[in-house]
Write a new protein. Structure first.
Length: 136
């Protein structure tokens, strides 16, 4: 699919999308997504991790990230867009219910259609949980 004027988005869209993730704002996130969107998560038994296809499934997949990591944050974001594709690179930080803390670099690879995100494909370094320092 080649880019057309209706596909053109800028890095401002990716920064706003990142900001919505950090606010844990599902309504804002979904406003960036195309009607027939797809999300491929970082983990799962499929070649692309776990895939969520369609708006309701994508919504559930996004919410699952915050259920798994209630304090999830994506920091130090860098974004670029080339035609109908884009990339966001950031550091993911989050603590699971069992107390394990994840901190790893990651990227999201996006496909845009009509000014919206049609596909979000997430990749994260497979780093073991980091040690949490006890409060003094």
């Amino acid at each position: 699919m080649r880019a057309s004027n209706t596909n053109q988005v800028g890095t401002d869209l990716l920064q706003a999308f990142n900001d919505a993730w950090n606010r844990h704002d599902i309504e804002a996130l979904m406003s960036f997504m195309a009607d027939d969107c797809a999300f491929h998560g970082v983990a799962g038994g499929e070649l692309l991790g776990r895939s969520f296809i369609g708006r309701e499934a994508v919504r559930e997949g996004f919410l699952l990230a915050w259920q798994t990591f209630p304090d999830a944050a994506w920091v130090d974001g860098e974004h670029f867009v080339a035609g109908d594709r884009g990339v966001s690179e950031s550091t993911f930080r989050g603590t699971r219910a069992d107390g394990a803390r994840i901190e790893a670099r990651m990227v999201d690879v996006f496909t845009f259609r009509d000014g919206k995100i049609a596909v979000k494909n997430a990749y994260r370094k497979d780093r073991p949980p980091v040690a949490v320092k006890a409060a003094a």
